[in-house]
Design a protein around this ligand. Structure first.
Ligand SMILES: [Zn+2]
Length: 286
């Protein structure tokens, strides 16, 4: 069963409501098992792979999400474009709870995650200056504009390790860096997708104002969960439009990102490493 488009669901998004599940696939990878079985769902006639990042029932910490296995498994299904959905906190007054953000930049503050497919005898460096796919970003913006849902066409996202939220000191430091929103999961997913030559874009959904903001209103966990549930309901209405808009988009630079990346002499790459990465780079090696 093949799918060219995938959705990775974050906190709150564990399935696509209303989409018919065509099949469910368990995909062992050279990097272990993915977060969960991958559902192949049908959205307006298009087969789409859906993977809940934290597993059904939300069992995996951000640090524990097996991103290398997730991206490898999606690639093995023939996925060329990933729409990643993430709940985030806001670091900027104008990014309000309930707003969606089509991120354009990312800052890595993770520290305990395998964030590359390279290593173990193969050295590669892939360009990451523009971390998100411009094609998916443009189509997402088009669809969000039509939807009327409040959103931002750009945003600088911090990915922190977690699972604890930031201190006030950290939150204020991130603001001084010009960051707009903060989450725990877009990395290393986004880096790995680039190495695997898959187009990747994040739609972030703001749930709260992190902890930097001095305000009279007292934010409760109930309020945060209500915003998260509303966001989830909204994104399920918007994603099908993005899937439609992406069907038929042509080739993209993301899908050639690693063409000149590998520095290691081909004859020196260990057999086992070649075997694991053949899915991505076999086309350059054969
Ligand atoms: Zn792309």
């Amino acid at each position: 069963m093949q799918a060219k488009i995938a959705i990775i669901g974050g906190s709150g998004l564990y399935k696509m409501a209303g989409a018919k599940v065509v099949s469910e696939v368990d995909i062992p990878t050279p990097f272990g098992m993915p977060s969960d079985v991958i559902s192949i769902v049908e959205i307006n006639g298009t087969k789409v792979a859906f993977l809940p990042r934290h597993g059904k029932g939300h069992r995996l910490l951000p640090t524990e999400v097996p991103s290398r296995a997730n991206i490898w498994a999606l690639k093995s299904l023939g996925v060329e474009q990933i729409i990643s959905v993430s709940a985030v906190g806001s670091l900027a007054e104008e990014y309000k709870p309930g707003d969606f953000v089509v991120c354009d930049q990312i800052i890595d503050r993770t520290r305990s995650r395998a964030n590359s497919y390279f290593g173990e005898g193969i050295v590669g460096h892939v360009s990451f200056a523009a971390p998100f796919c411009d094609t998916i970003r443009a189509k997402s913006i088009e669809v969000l504009e039509k939807s009327g849902h409040p959103f931002h066409k750009s945003g600088k996202l911090i990915t922190m390790e977690g699972p604890l939220f930031s201190t006030k000191g950290e939150s204020r430091m991130y603001r001084s860096w010009g960051a707009h929103i903060i989450g725990m999961t877009a990395l290393p997913e986004c880096k790995l997708a680039r190495e695997a030559e898959i187009c990747f874009s994040v739609i972030a959904m703001v749930t709260d104002y992190d902890c930097w903001r001095e305000s009279e209103e007292h934010v409760t966990i109930e309020m945060v969960i209500k915003v998260m549930n509303d966001n989830t309901a909204q994104i399920q209405k918007i994603v099908p439009g993005i899937v439609d808009a992406l069907s038929g988009t042509g080739d993209c630079d993301c899908r050639h990102a690693a063409q000149y990346a590998v520095m290691t002499d081909k004859s020196m790459i260990p057999y086992e490493t070649r075997r694991k990465l053949k899915l991505f780079y076999g086309k350059y090696w054969d």
